[in-house]
Design a protein around this ligand. Sequence first.
Ligand SMILES: NC(=O)c1ccc[n+]([C@@H]2O[C@H](COP(=O)([O-])OP(=O)(O)OC[C@H]3O[C@@H](n4cnc5c(N)ncnc54)[C@H](OP(=O)(O)O)[C@@H]3O)[C@@H](O)[C@H]2O)c1
Length: 324
Amino acid sequence: MEYTTLGDTGMEVSRLCLGCMSFGDPDWREWVLDEAESQPIIDRAIDLGINFFDTANMYSTGESERIIGNALEGRREESIVATKVYFQMDEDDPNSGGLSRKTIEQELDASLDRLGMDTVDLYQIHRYDYDTPMEGTLRALDDAVRRGKTRYIGASSMWTHQFADALHTSERLGLDRFATMQNHYNLVYREEEREMLPFCQKEGIGTMPWSPMARGYLTRPHDEVDSTARGASEEYLYEHPYLDGGGPAVNERVEELADEYDASMAQIALAWVLDKEWVDAPIVGTTSVEHLEEAVEALDIDLAESDVEYLEEPYEPVPVSGHE
Ligand SMILES: NC(=O)c1ccc[n+]([C@@H]2O[C@H](COP(=O)([O-])OP(=O)(O)OC[C@H]3O[C@@H](n4cnc5c(N)ncnc54)[C@H](OP(=O)(O)O)[C@@H]3O)[C@@H](O)[C@H]2O)c1
């Protein structure tokens, strides 16, 4: 396994972060694996040297956190555990979502309880909360750091001007600032190259892109996208603009290069993200040990510069996707 420093945190993370959205309760999403099916994947990830795990309170309404907490029992110190807050956990309780101090304090305690941990390494805001001033959110997050409930704080998909304003607010008030950005980035969604990724690079922010294989769209020919349980049922796959802006042409080129490199399409898609200097650790989603092993093997693929250009050429700008 290769390791890299996550932004300016000083923490060494594996170059692949294991996405834990696929672990939890199949009643939440059809393609999600239960604990018995998830455990061997997490064990194998640890065997392969992955030390970085990303979950969220809302994944399977907490079950993902519980599973990863159980799986890491006895190996907590060597793991980097990241979770998130924002989406409403209980439809009858409006304060179980958002980024107020009340929500943050209650939800962080609930996450720690499910994880069976006293502290997480990274606590991230899953989205921007238009109803809560960022200053209040940052003060609550800073207190969480002071209380030892999280070591670092991070953010996820938002506009760059919102993120820049949050960093500025932290500096102005002498509060802990966001150390990481978890954003939407892959070969068929590259809008983050305009502002967010260069900004993060300049500011020493650790980057951990989500859906690096476009939720599976880049792992098989585009006319077979609905051939798996997830492909057939996941609405987000179709809500993202992967089929616009040259997406199918990019997909065909991924397939073509997969043949040339004797690799799978998933590996070429991942190798492209890993090739980008502004990416620290893409968060990979997997539902099998074999796919996980393939992802790790992608670290050994060194794409020729001309092939990177060839893969990128058909892309055209698409509507912003992943935040509002
Ligand atoms: N912050 C946010 O808002 C946000 C949003 C989304 C995700 N995330 C994080 O990012 C993680 C990854 O997201 P994701 O699952 O959407 O991303 P992804 O890694 O782009 O897609 C994963 C899907 O690709 C397919 N796949 C993966 N490896 C494959 C292989 N070797 N061969 C064939 N197919 C393969 C599988 O789909 P099939 O089952 O269809 O084959 C798998 O479910 C999540 O677990 C979560 O931690 C964060």
